[in-house]
Design a protein around this ligand. Structure first.
Ligand SMILES: [Zn+2]
Length: 414
């Protein structure tokens, strides 16, 4: 019983640390008084926990504000330079590795296009590890200050047992031919840093919900529109994962029974009609040898110039996309739908009005009237930011749990 009692006290303390750290991270700078009011913790608890966080170097004082007639109130914040995060986007056409400070300001980045060997898993792991060494060297930071490496991948991620140091992480992706790739074990062979892996659409969703167009929504869908198409469903403030984390494979919902062959091997998937790869292929007029991004930009330019085939293709894509969004509205009743991803941001300004109209035409009236449809705000690199939120979330949720090499090292880092 005594052990259980001790455990409970420890859990409570960790819960209070996590609550205050999250408030300061997302809403700071804040005074102790404001923290007490918005967290519901007593003034004594706030004072104790903030004292601990200050001693650990996880919170710092950053000025003061006058209070009505009383003493000025000291403002507190999470120091952005206290630790660092790495985000990796294993995209459809390149591997991007970026290093951020705790405030998610990008300090260094490294891009490696995926060449002929495509998504060969050994090649991708090599590019990730090369990129990791490059951003650490370019930024000049002490690698010991990195809280972890988050990786966004195009596929379904099995997390394995917790406490196995990421070794159990396995990725399944039919579109890039990854059949149970043991990504955790492969990366672990090249780095000692804590590893976190999740689907790229889900990491993009996390980033837009925390810092972008989804902020403040409890029920939302963030749609990733790139070479392929995916979605991150947020239900009641939490990501909807399903039994084995594959929920949100929206790109492979069927829009045409017996239709075009998809990269997943099935037919008639949304992705086979509106994914950037499919659009460029169907148009067939992109300059030979151009990248997918250049191809899509050429398609857009042709449509802007009034070329009938390009106009027709994009008009049809907007209708498919809007109809598929109508399905999301009917299924999940979100208050907000955010369209992100590089292709979404490239085509969005032209297609958004048609996408909204199609969603209105195909969705049930009542839920459609409650839903806004907007473009993402974090730019085409939001997957890397999202990947970096994986170790960040672990840090905040654990109440500022630092790896042993970092704990107590606050003065040396400042
Ligand atoms: Zn498919």
């Amino acid at each position: 019983m005594a052990e259980r009692g001790k455990q409970t006290v420890r859990d409570l303390r960790r819960g209070s640390r996590s609550t205050l750290l999250q408030r300061l991270y997302f809403e700071g700078p804040l005074s102790r008084q404001e923290l007490g009011r918005i967290s519901g913790l007593s003034a004594g608890s706030v004072s104790n926990v903030i004292g601990e966080l200050l001693a650990d170097g996880l919170v710092e004082e950053c000025g003061s504000v006058d209070s009505d007639g009383g003493r000025p109130r000291i403002l507190l914040q999470v120091p952005p330079d206290r630790a660092h995060l790495v985000g990796v986007d294993v995209g459809e056409t390149q591997v991007r590795v970026a290093l951020f400070d705790l405030g998610l300001t990008e300090l260094a980045a490294s891009d490696h296009p995926l060449s002929d060997s495509g998504h060969d898993a050994d090649h991708v792991v090599e590019l990730i590890l090369t990129g990791l060494s490059e951003v650490l060297a370019d930024s000049g930071i002490d690698p010991a200050t990195v809280l972890g490496v988050g990786v966004g991948v195009p596929g379904i991620v099995e997390q394995g047992d917790p406490g196995t140091d990421g070794l159990g992480i396995v990725v399944h992706s039919q579109t890039v031919d990854w059949d149970a790739v043991p990504l955790g074990r492969m990366l672990r062979a090249g780095t000692d840093l804590p590893l976190y892996v999740d689907n790229g659409a889900k990491t993009l969703g996390q980033a837009e919900m925390w810092f972008g167009a989804g902020r403040g929504a409890r029920h939302a869908v963030v749609a990733l529109f790139g070479s392929g198409v995916g979605a991150c469903v947020i239900a009641d403030g939490a990501r909807f994962r399903g039994a084995t984390s594959s929920a949100g494979e929206w790109g492979h919902t069927k829009v045409h029974v017996g239709g075009r062959l998809c990269r997943c091997g099935s037919r008639g998937c949304l992705e086979a009609y509106v994914g950037a790869e499919a659009l460029v292929e169907r148009w067939g007029r992109a300059p030979a040898g151009s990248s997918e991004k250049a191809g899509l930009a050429a398609l857009l330019a042709a449509a802007e110039a009034g070329e009938p085939e390009a106009v027709g293709l994009l008009t049809e894509a907007a209708e498919y996309f809007g109809a598929a969004i109508a399905d999301l509205i009917n299924l999940f009743n979100p208050e907000r739908i955010v369209i992100g991803g590089w292709a979404g941001l490239m085509l969005g300004p032209r297609l958004l009005p048609d996408i909204r109209d199609a969603a209105t035409a195909y969705a049930l009236r009542f839920p459609r009237a409650q839903t806004s449809i907007d473009l993402g705000r974090l730019g085409p690199d939001a997957v890397t930011v999202g990947a970096a939120t994986l170790p960040l979330w672990h840090f905040l949720e654990s109440g500022g749990d630092l790896p042993e090499r970092l704990a107590g090292a606050a003065p040396a880092l400042r």
